[in-house]
Design a protein around this ligand. Structure first.
Ligand SMILES: Cc1cc2nc3c(=O)[nH]c(=O)nc-3n(C[C@H](O)[C@H](O)[C@H](O)COP(=O)(O)OP(=O)(O)OC[C@H]3O[C@@H](n4cnc5c(N)ncnc54)[C@H](O)[C@@H]3O)c2cc1C
Length: 318
């Protein structure tokens, strides 16, 4: 079908999505649009509604398993590049990379987000998932989030307490009709060298522990809440329990105990280096990864009576 294109925003048809995904997996978007202003985001959303297109909001593509069949609708990338500091408060556009934000904060000696050193993806994606690592979470410093509702086309500003932040969760994740536009972080003054040192230490830890040499999308499964495991498993895992941000059993430990390291399907493999990562070692398709996810879940359920829950997001073809 021929799709009429308007001048502003710019729509492209049949755009391969693998290029935007850290996994390098995924078929084409029927329509793709990068929006660099709030008005363009709003217009693109209105266009999608008018034409009855499904809508998917793309950030940095670092947490996505995109189907080989692609996405039959509009993939909208709200690439808002705002970065404004007013003393220790910093307002950031959803399209800024977390890495860009951290560089800005280090230059201005603003502390509070160093835990995110090496966290890939955009600020919008991180806020939506309340990303966290090394005991820190987005919710610790995000004080205001402005979002656009795709049904009403209205903007709403929410204070931290209204953002429903929880473990890898938020109001925005629960309400996919909200597109995050900007987030304001409240930071504190710190020492430039110390901020840069901690960020670098976090990056180095990731380089050592994670299989970054292959395309990946981070941890596939959430860590397991200690409250949800049978007593026998709790005993077996007592020595690996960590606080993240509440007591959990690292899923990587369970996958390793179950002998799943190195399990391969097609071009995908459960990483021997860090088994909560499934790496794309040789032109994997989405089905290869899905197969390994299903096999890992079943094995862990049979072996430990624990139900694993995905941390990654699926983008489905149809
Ligand atoms: C090597 C590696 C390490 C990682 N380590 C961590 C870690 O330590 N902690 C952690 O929490 N995560 C981690 N991740 C996962 C991922 O990086 C984070 O979840 C990241 O915050 C996702 O951001 P993104 O911009 O890439 O989002 P995407 O992957 O593009 O999208 C993720 C979801 O957010 C939605 N979304 C994106 N932008 C917006 C927006 N503006 N408004 C509304 N919804 C939006 C998308 O629709 C999608 O549902 C890791 C990933 C990798 C590859």
């Amino acid at each position: 079908m021929e799709i009429e294109v308007s001048r502003q925003p710019q729509y492209q048809e049949n755009v391969p999505l693998a290029q935007f995904a850290s996994y390098r997996i995924g078929g084409p978007a029927r329509v793709y649009c990068e929006a660099k202003s709030v008005e363009t985001v709003r217009e693109a959303v209105a266009e999608a509604r008018g034409r009855g297109w499904r809508l998917f909001v793309l950030g940095g593509g670092t947490n996505l398993l995109i189907d080989d069949h692609g996405f039959d609708g509009l993939v909208l990338r709200p690439n808002l590049r705002v970065l404004e500091a007013e003393s220790a408060r910093v307002k950031v556009g959803a399209g800024m990379l977390v890495a860009e934000l951290l560089e800005f904060l280090a230059e201005r000696r603003l502390a509070g987000l160093e835990w995110a050193g090496g966290l890939p993806g955009t600020v919008g994606g991180a806020v939506r998932g309340n990303a966290g690592a090394f005991g820190g979470e987005i919710k610790d410093t995000a004080v205001e989030v402005v979002s656009l509702n795709t049904e009403t086309l209205e903007l709403t500003s929410r204070a931290n307490a209204e953002c429903g932040f929880g473990y890898r969760n938020s109001f925005f994740k629960q309400h996919p009709a909200e597109i995050i536009l900007t987030t304001t972080f409240a930071l504190r003054e710190g020492d430039a060298a110390e901020i840069a040192r901690v960020i670098e230490e976090r990056k180095e830890y990731r380089r050592r522990r994670h299989p970054l040499e292959y395309p990946n999308i981070g941890s596939i499964f959430k860590n397991v809440d200690l409250k949800r495991v049978p007593d026998a498993v709790r005993e077996l895992c007592a020595h690996v329990i960590k606080v993240d941000p509440f007591p959990v059993i690292p899923t990587a430990f369970l996958l390793s105990e179950a002998g799943l390291k190195g399990l391969r399907r097609g071009g995908a493999m459960i990483s021997p280096k860090h088994p909560n990562f499934i790496v794309n070692i040789d032109h994997a398709g989405s089905g290869d990864v899905r197969g390994l996810v299903a096999e890992a879940k079943q094995t862990i359920l049979d072996r430990f009576g624990v139900e694993l829950e995905e941390e990654i997001q699926y983008v489905n073809g149809l």
